[in-house]
Every structure is written in structure tokens, then in C-alpha cells.
Design a binder for this molecule. Sequence first.
Ligand SMILES: CC(=O)SCCNC(=O)CCNC(=O)[C@H](O)C(C)(C)COP(=O)(O)OP(=O)(O)OC[C@H]1O[C@@H](n2cnc3c(N)ncnc32)[C@H](O)[C@@H]1OP(=O)(O)O
Length: 213
Amino acid sequence: MDPDINRVLYIIGASGHGKVIADLAELLGYTVYFYDDAYPEKQQIEHWTVLGTFDDLLQLEPDKINVAVAIGNNVIRQEKILLCEKHHYQLPRLIHPSAIISKYAQVGTGTVVLAGAVINAFARIGRGCIINTASVVEHDCIINDFVHISPNSALAGSVFIGECSWIGIGSQINQLVNVDEHVLIGAGSTVVKNIPANVVAFGSPAKVISHNR
Ligand SMILES: CC(=O)SCCNC(=O)CCNC(=O)[C@H](O)C(C)(C)COP(=O)(O)OP(=O)(O)OC[C@H]1O[C@@H](n2cnc3c(N)ncnc32)[C@H](O)[C@@H]1OP(=O)(O)O
């Protein structure tokens, strides 16, 4: 029997992150297919089928098309999500059953919240974000669109993260600190002061190291 069209999810990006999203989507009851620009060379990822390129996906009529953009690069994910929105595709939030999200928190469309993540009261997460495995977003944080909070990172209360920024694995950010847009915080950093836009910063305490290309 064909799967219920409402429970089919087309995942863009047949990558490691894509596999995590496929695993989660199946847990949530979706039947999963991939689209990836490596098609037709890549027709399979593990046991999942790659149906075509991103342009092929955009040929589909918008009716009941559920899409997840499983691309780790924030700028490329943003670009694909904006195109999917233009085509009126559904971009469901994918929230792992083991994640804990306050009823007072907000999570935008197309955002994924992975296993063991915690989002506390009055935190606001934008659209197209990755709140990765076991990360903590404390009360009153504001996370703008297309941000990636890597696994095991912790944001204290009222932290601000600007659009398209990437918080590296195992980082910590002190309360009330602002990280501006298009910033990369390196793995294992401790951010104690505001970080300006478009830079790479790392270390404990984190220092600006270079421009973020
Ligand atoms: C599920 C998932 O996989 S999610 C993905 C999670 N991954 C991450 O969070 C990775 C984030 N990326 C990083 O931290 C990277 O190390 C970056 C982007 C900060 C730097 O990468 P590159 O520009 O390639 O720097 P490179 O590896 O050449 O290192 C340059 C120097 O900086 C040091 N360095 C690099 N990253 C860090 C860091 N996070 N903290 C402290 N020092 C660092 C290196 O030791 C090296 O020092 P040296 O010149 O004395 O030898």
C-alpha cells in the first residue's frame, strides 16, 4: 500500500545529518525519501532511496509536500528553506520524543530538536534551526533563524544568537551574552563576552580569531 501522503517526508541532503533526521522522522511516523544534488550518482543512502536533485523536488506541486532541509551549513540550509517556503511546501518541526521543551518556549517551522535537548521557559527559537543532541537552551534565550547549536552545547539564560550562527560542539555561553549573526564559535569554547557579526571565535574565554568566510 502507498504511504499516506501526509506522512511522507522528503529530506534534502543525503548526508550524516540527513540520516539523523531520517531516523527521527521515522520515529515520528513519517515515510522518508531523500533528494540530493549528487543524484543520479547517489541513488541510495543506507536503506533510503534518493529520488532526485533539489531542482527535481521543486517540480512537485505544493499540495501536502512535507520537506526537511538536512544540511548542516547554515547559509545553504537557509537558501534551500527560503526556496521551499516560496514553493509553499510544509516544513514541519521535528522534535525528538526525548527532548524537553517548555510549554512557554517557541520553536519555528523547519527547526529540528534532537535527542535529549532541553529548551527552557520563554526561549524563542527561529525557523530552520538545528538544536542538536543534548544541547541546552536556557530560559529567555533568543535564537534567530538558521542557527545551529551543536551537540552538548549550553546557553545560559537570556543569550542571543544571531541568524546563521553556528555554536560548536560542547561550547558554553554565559548568561546575557550576545553572539551576532554569521558567527562560528569553535568547539569547546566558553563565551563570556559579546561576539560581533561575521567572525570565528574560540577558546576559553572565547576570542575572535578570524573573519568567518
Ligand atoms: C553532529 C555533528 O557533528 S555537529 C558538528 C560539530 N562540530 C563542531 O562543532 C566543529 C566546529 N569547528 C571548529 O571548532 C574548528 O576547529 C574551527 C572552525 C574553529 C577551526 O577550524 P580550522 O579553521 O580548520 O582551524 P585548524 O583546525 O586549522 O586550527 C587552527 C589552530 O586553531 C586551533 N583550534 C581550532 N579549533 C579550536 C577550538 N575549537 N578551540 C581551541 N583551539 C582551536 C588548532 O589547534 C590550531 O592551532 P595551532 O595552529 O596551534 O596548531
